[in-house]
Design a protein around this ligand. Sequence first.
Ligand code: SF4
Length: 225
Amino acid sequence: MTRTFEWQPISGCGYYSPGCTNCKTMRFAPQEARDRFVADGLVVMVGDDPIWSGEVRFDQARLEAIRQQSAGVLAYVCPHGDLFHEKIPDTWIDRVFELAEARDDMAFQFLTKRVDRQRHYVNRRYAGALAPSHFMFGASVERQREADERLPQLIATLGTRYVLVYPMLERITLRPFLRDRAIKFVLASDEPERIANEEWIRALATDCQEFRVPFSFGGALVGAQ
Ligand code: SF4
């Protein structure tokens, strides 16, 4: 089994679309982490509910932690936030990519809802060539609307690509995006608060099977995306 590492050099986020409503990091962080978020100004309490403030923070020590990881580890990049959040400057993202590029003995899974920025950043950084093969770029979608908006951007990102349907809020077809091996794999899951209909899951699995794209539902999901 592949060992994994949650690499969180940047913290903080903000509501983006309906998939964020029950953001795990924001709402279900352990008390200690929540207290730290509040102290850092990343979260504000509205009654008993923690809400992202929209502020973001860079942590050099957490960035450097990637150097201590063993070869073969799969790193989830900023799983409790969104690396491509509007307030995160390119210079911070550059530092994340620089260290990830140097660790080509590991694998790195990026995941965002802000796919337009991910596409621009990646395609510019590698000047139209493919991103390093130890990187995977994901888009998180929750309804057909988000899939139709985000997946063309994902497919235009020059590198290995995958889709996370989470939380699955309705029946979603990915058929237009599964052709020509544009997507390497599809993951999906739901939330305790918003359970997916079994028919939606079966239909998505059938689509993936037809195009020979690996699919799994309900596997271990890391982070808030
Ligand atoms: S971490 Fe993800 S789910 Fe949470 S608010 Fe940010 S984009 Fe939304």
